[in-house]
Design a protein. Structure first.
Lengths: 643, 643
């Protein structure tokens, strides 16, 4: 099959692909990420690129205007390579690769936040050694065995186990054939001095690795949060508990669709499941490689990997068919996944290293939420806590150490910059803060202090909150037609408000918010608020009974609480009760990596947490419809906003 | 590399081998077994063949007489293929392949013996359902799961586990990634009706296999006894406990040496361990294939395999280096081997089927002896029992349900027909019974009622016993030079007694017993008797305290107890106390296959049994030297013989 080179500008990256490959796949193959929400179906129109040189084929699409077509714009997903090509990727189509650094910075801030949380809880850290023993998923111990004699001639393996049991109280131990095959020579070549890696494998302890000499000083693990959008990993020294570094990258599965449902659909296509699986495993391997290279850790000293992720992500990671997750009655294959060898899933660490996935409660409340619950210490406190994790799905946990319940609301991807006309993720060029003066003129803060390219979730929240305060938007979400400003206009029969005109922006169009965008965000915030309200009501509680509200998720760290309350996303309570917890899932994943006792707690939480299926609650629809106002139909519920 | 065809006559089998291959290897490659004790070192001289056609190279050897050389005789192990060859294999060099049928017949008799044992124990069978529950290593259960609904939407795996736990009290369960990957579709395609194979995997229960529909009626296992000489396997219906059939074959490792020590040495050669491993796995696979074909059992309905074998055999079976077994302080890699997947060792049954090896006590008392102990029920009885398993090593167990001890004596292979000038295994053509009249003329019974070709172990015992009674052999093992008979003669400076003259035999020479043969057998019987004596004395007991003596091993069923006592192999006790138990190891292996509780008992026995190292006992040497007379230095110990 003929192959062609595709040079992408301005990055200069070159893909070598077969004739007929599509440009979206070509871009990914050389490590270039292009926006795509629909999974390469030609629907979302976000993967616009300009062909500068060479022959190609492209399908007609309404997503490219007549003007754009003349300039050479095509949709990457609908365009196939028929020649050596030169392709320009406009800024708005690029997934900013500096995101990785950005994520690190964010996670660095999170660490700050995390220690801040210590103060809040009166000196008691959320997770502490006092609460959890240090017993990582894999522990290395150095052993000096007495050499065998005629008087003490037990077998090599029994000699090893006997020594381990002298030091540790381990009722059930096992090992694999490969270790037995090497045991005799390792013991003798190392003069009976060996390092054994003990791993927690489901209910038993496994002799995972046997190395000659003393290598117990070197033992590392990686904690992952596998998000639908972002994959983050932290390299941890399992002996010292030190976080060596954190890396994050876009989930490569993005190319197959923005949300879990699109991906589940894609998984049904020919080798769809395999491609989704390889995409996330690639992500994990590059993060592991990057971290171990940077911190000079040999790959084979990484002995344990923990993953937090929603149920679909874990299915895809393990190459388990997720089909039934999206079909009524919405059943996953497994919420509790056995500990396996990381290499079985294709993860490149020590070939015998272990992989554990944090258990989930149900199809729509996965291990990421359990990890978050653990990280926030909800299970350790008397305080009644509400944890809201806002992503494409909004998951909500309510409870304290006595009881816990959860639910999931399909918030939609609006807060993640998808499904809204100028939406983008919270990366460079995103409007993240907005103020509007009495002349209806906005002042925007753009992430990275660059020219604006779009609006991220927290930007939309700020924006709508300001528009609402300035009466630009009505309580029902309609734009006020009576105001005198050039920023409010009608286009293609729909009213919109211009935030940044093209001349001031870093894109080919005005950055606007349309009535349909407002409608989308109203539905998202309504879904989350009403879900929280129903969950609280279900247990005969009121929002005012809550001692604290934790907010987690991708946009969490940029969110203005006042704005979020004023649009009715969060309940109107004393602002001091709210805390950002950022990527609580990654924090929980790390804690579990460092303490298998915490994994046991996570399992207990997952087993005991009551899952409330909102669609079955008769009052949910009423509550949801009431939430489709700014801030709410019942203004009495938002006294500070009313004022 | 050039290849040549070697046609072996009279079988007509054709081997295709590379130039330079030796004839012994060529024979094995086409399924033809040629005698060889020394492992192809040119030492034993048992692999004589005649080259009829074609060019070859051969090394000079004193094992081929001048006369034989003229006839074209060579040693197969020292002869390499340089051309297409035609090779005649004389009868005495052939390992009789009818042995397989023969073994079956023997095992059939064993079954009879086994039920005979029921009577002896006052109606209480040695192994019974009363004692052991029926819980095979792998059990199939048919489940009809309630399909998921919105009200009952636990994951597929939890649904399965929940149903299993409704029926069985299983605290710890696990499964593998492969099953999870198939689970969703299997459950739905089978309308939530599935058959699950539950396997005992070390300390946990594993969901080993998940099949659609009800296949619980078909569940089979194979119990093996992996002997140094013979590999026997029984196909068992795990539901009904029925023995479908038994097959036995020569251990293909024979080509690499007759005894474990030769094989351990061979394992150190390049790919030696791999070849030994593949040899026994080939054996097991052919037995499994033959049994499943004959009884129309699909291979993938075989879900469990149990192996009894001495420690070296188990190491080789698992491809674990046995080197250290033969070096002081004689330490094995493992006596307790974890349950693994049979396919990990290369055994072809259901790819997820399990393989368990019965644990051993020490390097020289392996799982075969523990299986024998279980089969004899020593651990269930108050009666003080001595179990003597005579093979190349003689293993002895002493005790009752309160305590047990064991030891191992290196008897040497004389009773198995090796290391004695006309020795052969107990197959067709072997002299197995002998009477000698007052004229010193013998009357022999040949196995298969054919012309004699050699003498097997029980034949030697009978022979020496008669020679001793007729004063042909003295108490010190010397042949009486004063008797007037042409059967006693001197050849090459050594006295010998002719049992069958060439004209009446099926070989090219007179069948004789030399003084050096008598010496060898005296050492073998002395080693076993003195080991038993020391073991009994060690616990302040006398032989007369024993309630029963079980004799196990390859020659057991042909052995004349009176003869064995009169030469001093067995102690002189009431004959009713002796019982043959035949291949007790295979019986025990089957019982363990059918009851994992019995495996737990076997583990307990292996852990608790005291191993006595004879070489460390100061009185062993004295006792051994005293046994080097017929029947013993101290005639008072053998009153019935004295009489």
């Amino acid at each position: 099959m003929e192959k062609f080179k595709v040079k992408f500008k301005p990055s200069g990256k070159i893909a070598e692909v077969k004739k007929g490959a599509d440009l979206l796949a070509a871009a990914v193959s050389c490590g270039l990420f292009i926006n795509s929400s629909c999974g390469g179906e030609g629907v979302c129109g976000r993967c616009k690129v300009v062909i500068k040189k060479g022959k190609f084929r492209t399908e007609p699409t309404g997503r490219i205007s007549h003007e754009e077509r003349k300039k050479g714009y095509v949709l990457a997903c609908l365009t196939t390579v028929e020649d050596n090509l030169e392709v320009f990727v406009p800024r708005e189509s690029r997934l900013d690769l500096t995101k990785v650094k950005d994520e690190e910075a964010r996670l660095h801030r999170l660490k700050g936040m995390y220690s801040e949380a210590v103060d809040i809880d009166k000196g008691k850290p959320i997770i502490s050694e006092e609460i959890f023993t240090h017993s990582p998923i894999s522990t290395k111990i150095y052993l000096e065995l007495p050499p065998p004699t005629l008087d003490d001639s037990v077998s090599d393996y029994e000699r090893l186990v006997r020594k381990i049991k002298e030091k540790y109280d381990i009722p059930m131990m096992q090992t694999g054939l490969r270790n037995l095959r090497r045991l005799g020579s390792v013991l003798r070549h190392s003069d009976w001095k060996v390092t054994v890696t003990l791993g927690k494998r489901n209910e038993t302890t496994e002799v995972v690795i046997i190395e000659p000499g003393d290598s117990s000083g070197e033992n590392y693990g990686v904690a992952f949060d596998i998000g639908t959008t972002t994959v983050s990993g932290q390299l941890i020294n399992l002996n010292t508990k030190e976080i060596l570094g954190t890396k994050a990258t876009y989930n490569k599965q993005i190319i197959f669709g923005d949300d879990v449902i699109t991906r589940i659909v894609f998984a049904k296509e020919e080798s769809g499941l395999e491609r989704l699986h390889h995409a996330v495993i690639d992500n994990m391997n590059s993060i592991i490689r990057a971290l171990t290279t940077e911190y000079s850790v040999p790959l084979n000293q990484v002995t344990g990997v923990i993953c937090a992720g929603n149920t679909t992500m874990i299915h895809l990671l393990l190459r388990v068919d997720p089909t039934h997750i999206r079909r009524e009655p919405y059943v996953s294959t497994a919420n509790f996944v056995p500990v396996i060898r990381a290499s079985e899933a294709g993860i490149k660490v020590h070939p015998r290293g272990l992989l554990a996935c944090i258990p989930g409660v149900s199809t729509y409340v996965g291990g990421d939420i359990i990890a978050g619950t653990v990280a926030c210490g909800i299970n350790n406190e008397d305080k009644l806590t509400l944890l809201i994790d806002v992503g494409t799905n909004g998951e909500i946990v309510l409870g304290n150490k006595e009881w816990m319940a959860c639910c999931s609301a399909s918030a939609g991807p609006a807060f993640e910059g998808s499904g809204v006309s100028c939406g983008m993720r919270a990366i460079k060029g995103a409007v993240e803060r907005v103020e509007i003066n009495s002349k209806f003129e906005p002042k925007v803060k753009v992430k990275g202090d660059e020219k604006a390219m779009g609006i991220c979730g927290s930007g939309y929240i700020d924006l709508i909150s300001c528009m609402f305060k300035r009466d630009i938007v009505k309580r029902d979400g309609k734009i006020n037609r009576d105001l005198k400003t050039k920023r409010i206009r009608q286009k293609d029969g729909e009213y919109e408000y211009v935030i940044v005109f093209k001349k001031d922006a870093c894109c080919d169009y005005d950055i606007v918010i349309k009535e349909s965008d407002i409608e989308n965000i109203k539905r998202s915030k309504g879904a989350i608020y009403s879900a929280a309200a129903i969950l609280v009501k279900k247990f005969d509680l009121k929002f005012s009974d809550l001692d604290r509200i934790y907010i987690a998720g991708g946009f969490g760290t940029f969110l203005d609480i006042d704005s979020a309350i004023s649009i009715g996303l969060l309940p109107d309570l004393d602002r001091s009760k709210f805390k950002f917890v950022g990527n609580s899932s990654l924090i929980g994943s790390r804690e579990i990596l460092l303490s298998y006792d915490t994994m046991k707690k996570a399992e207990e939480i997952a087993r005991k947490m009551t899952y409330i299926e909102l669609s079955k609650d008769p009052s949910y629809m009423d509550e949801y419809v009431s939430s489709l106002f700014f801030p709410h139909t019942d203004l009495e519920k938002f006294p500070s906003v009313k004022k």
